[in-house]
Design a protein around this ligand. Structure first.
Ligand SMILES: [Zn+2]
Length: 194
């Protein structure tokens, strides 16, 4: 295992938890034996409440050269545009999660067959993963988390109104690869926003 620090100045202090999820006793914050990081521990039942990064999974749906964008009906970034994406759920693969989010947010059935981008955001404790895939039917039916959804040509992408840096970066990778005529898998770790 690597002992190197994250690729930025973020010092990972976890969000403080107050009560044990196992026995409801108040928690103590300290470094457990044989560990190197501060954790929230239960002195009553011994449970250690680890906190780890969360996965956000999504797709880059494409139909006749246009990319599907969804206008967010929820915070954060209400009213801004995004690719369909959301938190991975227990019991699903990352590709299944990406397909589920695409169905929930845009009403689009899509097979997420090809990993395209993996972007770490250490300061937000998240990893965002996007897939390419096949769209059989471009009919959209936006869900409750989406104000509107549409197929957008590259020239019409609202770059200043994209909700998240991981989405604008993934779109940049996509259009750049398409111009080049070959698609890679892209990895990046975002530095903290200044
Ligand atoms: Zn406990």
């Amino acid at each position: 295992m690597s002992q190197t620090a994250p690729p930025n100045s973020y010092f990972p202090v976890p969000r403080e938890l107050r009560y044990c999820t196992q026995c409801a006793s108040p928690l103590t914050r300290r470094i457990p034996p044989d560990d190197t990081r501060v954790r929230d521990l239960c002195e009553q039942c011994g449970a250690i409440h680890y906190q780890n990064p969360r996965m956000v999974v999504g797709t880059i749906p494409v139909w006749e050269g246009r990319v599907l964008l969804c206008k967010r009906a929820i915070e954060p970034r209400y009213g801004y545009w995004t690719l369909p994406a959301g938190f991975m759920e227990l019991g699903e693969s990352s590709a299944q999660g990406a397909e589920r989010e695409t169905l929930e947010e845009a009403g689009l059935s899509m097979e997420a067959t090809r990993l395209f981008s993996v972007i770490d955001i250490p300061q937000a404790d998240q990893v965002h993963v996007f897939f390419l895939g096949q769209v059989a039917d471009p009919t959209l039916s936006p869900g409750l988390e989406t104000l509107e959804a549409g197929w957008v040509a590259e020239a019409d992408i609202p770059w200043s109104e994209i909700a998240f840096r991981t989405v604008s970066l993934t779109l940049e990778y996509y259009f750049s690869d398409r111009r080049r005529g070959s698609f890679d898998v892209h990895y990046a770790a975002l530095p903290p926003r200044r």
